[in-house]
Design a protein around this ligand. Sequence first.
Ligand code: ATP
Ligand code: MG
Length: 601
Amino acid sequence: MTTKDAGQDYGVRAGYRRITKQVESLRPPPNLSDYEAICRHFRWDAARALLDGLPGGAGLNIAHEAIDRHADGPRGDEVALRWLGRRGQRRSFTWAGLRDATNRVANALGALGVRPGERVFALLGRIPELHLAVLGALKAKCVVCPLFSAFGPEPILTRLTLGDARVLVTTEALYRRKVEGLRDSLPNLAHVILIGEDETGTAVKGTEDWHALVGAADPHYAIPPTDPEDPALLHFTSGTTGRPKGALHVHEAVVMHTLTGRYALDLHADDIFWCTADAGWVTGTSYGIIAPLANGVTTLVVEAEFDAETWYGVLERERVTVWYTAPTAIRMMMRLGSEALKGRNLSALRFMASVGEPLNPEAVVWSNETFGRPFHDNWWQTETGGIMIANFAAMDVKPGSMGRPVPGVEAAIVTREAGRLKVVREPGVSGELALKAGWPSMMRAYINEEERYRKCFADGWYLTGDLAMRDEEGYFWFVGRADDVIKSSGHLIGPFEVESALMEHPAVAEAGVIGKPDPTAGEIVKAFVSLKAGHVWSEELRRDLLGHARKRLGPAVAPREIDALPTLPRTRSGKIMRRLLKARELGLPEGDLSTLEDDAR
Ligand code: ATP
Ligand code: MG
C-alpha cells in the first residue's frame, strides 16, 4: 500500500467546528502570540537564556533553576508551593523555604555517603516531601526516579532492581505494606528514608527517619558544578503497549520544561497552576514539579484522587488559573455532566490543557460549552521529557487535533520503505510521527536496553511509535499507536477515530477499539464501551450504537462488534489498555500488568 493510500484510509473528521481565538482580547496576552514569527526566529541558545545557570558558570542544574534563583531574588518570600492534604490540611512553602528544605535534603544525602550519579527513588503520594526529595536529590546530583505510590510490591521490586536504587524515600505506611518484605532481594538498596505521619518520627528497623535526618541537616548548600549532560531523572514508561522502559533524562531537560511551561501552558508569573498528574508518571515531574517552579509560578499540589466535587471545589477556592489534566479525568467529568458545575465560580481559570491520551473532539467541544473555554490537547511521551506538540493559547483549536510543534521542535510524518526512512511532505497522509533528534529533554538512554534505544532513531530522527497525520495548516492529528492500528479488508483504521465517533453517542462514556482476527477481512473492528450513568446495556442499544457508528464512519471503518464493560482496563496513569482488551477477547496471555489499575484486574 502506498503512503497516499494509507493516508486516505484515515480521516473521517468532518463535522467539528474550529474554536477560534480572539487573540487581542486574551488576558494576560499569550506568551506565544505569533507562532510563525517565534518559530522562524527560534534558537535553542535563546531558550537557554531563559535560565540562569549555576553561579560562576558552573553548569546547569534543574533544582537551581526551579528554586534557588527565585529564592535568592526579590520573590523569595512569595508562595512557591501550596499543598492541600486529603484531610483538609494545608501547607505552603515560599521559594526561600523550598531552598532551605532542599538544601537540607542534599546535605542529608551527603551525610549518608550518597554520591552524585547514584539513584534515589521516591515512592510517595502527592505530598510536599516528594518535591523536597526530588529537588534535594537533584541538588546533590543524584539521579531521581519517582514511583507511583499505588504500585504493588512486584512492580516496585522490578523498578528498584532495574534502576539500581541506592536510596528509597517513602512513607512508613507504604514501607510496611509494600517494601519491608522485599529488602532481602535488594542488596544494593543502602538507605531507606521514612516519612512518618507526623514530625515525631519513626523508628523502623533498617530505615532512617526523614524528619530527624533532614531536620538535623544544614540549610546551606552549594550545588556542585553540574554538566547539562549529567543524568538527572529516570522515568519508566506507562506500560500501555508492553513492559515499561526506563528512560533517562539529563539536567538540560529543564530548558524544555521551562520553555514549554511558558509556551504550551502559557504560564505567567502570577498564575496558580495545578497539574493533576501523579509524580509516578513523567507529567507529574516535568509539569507537576519542575516547569511551574522554573517559571516562577505558584504550583498547587492536591493529594486527593479524582472526584468531580472535590476537584471543582479546588479550582474555585484556590482560584486556579492554569489547569493541566488528562483525558481520563475529562471523560469522568463528562460522564457526570455539567450539573456538578452549577453555582461554581471558576472565573479565575483561563487556560486548560490535557495530555496522555488522545483527547476526543467531543471532549473539547464539551469543555468549551461547559467551562467557556476548551481543553488544549498536547502530545508528548516519557521519552521526549517535555511537551512536543500543543494547542497554544493564541491559536485556534481544531477539536481532535494535538496542535502544532513547540517552537524548536521539528515534527514530521515519516514512512519506512524497504528499510529507508521517507519524510512525507504532503499534508493529509498518515505515517509514523517522528521528531528531529536533539531537543534538550530527549531521553539519553533506555536503561539496560542499549539496542532498543538505538532502534528509536534513524537518519537523525527519533521515531515515536505513534501514527499521525499533518493537515495543510500544520496541525497534527493522532491516528493511533503503531501497535494498535487495525487492518481490515485492505483499510488501515486508527482506533482513536472510531472511539471518538462512539463517544458522540449520548450513552457512551468511553470506548476502546481493537482489531479482532477474521478469516475474510484480516481483522474486524471490535469496540468495547462503558456507559454513562442512567444507561443500561441492551441489544437495542447495541444496534443503535452500531447504526450510529456506521452513519458516522461508513461501513468499512465502523465496528462490526460492540460489547459493554463496566469500566475499560486502564493504566494507573489513566490510559486505555487496548492490548489487554485484545488479549482478553482472544484468550491470549495478558502480558505485563504491572501498571494496570486495580479495578481492572
Ligand atoms: P509504553 O511506552 O510503556 O507502552 P506509554 O507509551 O503509554 O507506555 P507514556 O510515555 O506515558 O507511556 O505515554 C506516551 C504515549 O501516550 C504517546 O506515545 C501516545 O501514544 C500517548 N499520548 C500522549 N499524549 C497524547 C495525546 N495528546 N494524543 C494522543 N496520544 C497521546
Ligand atoms: Mg510509549
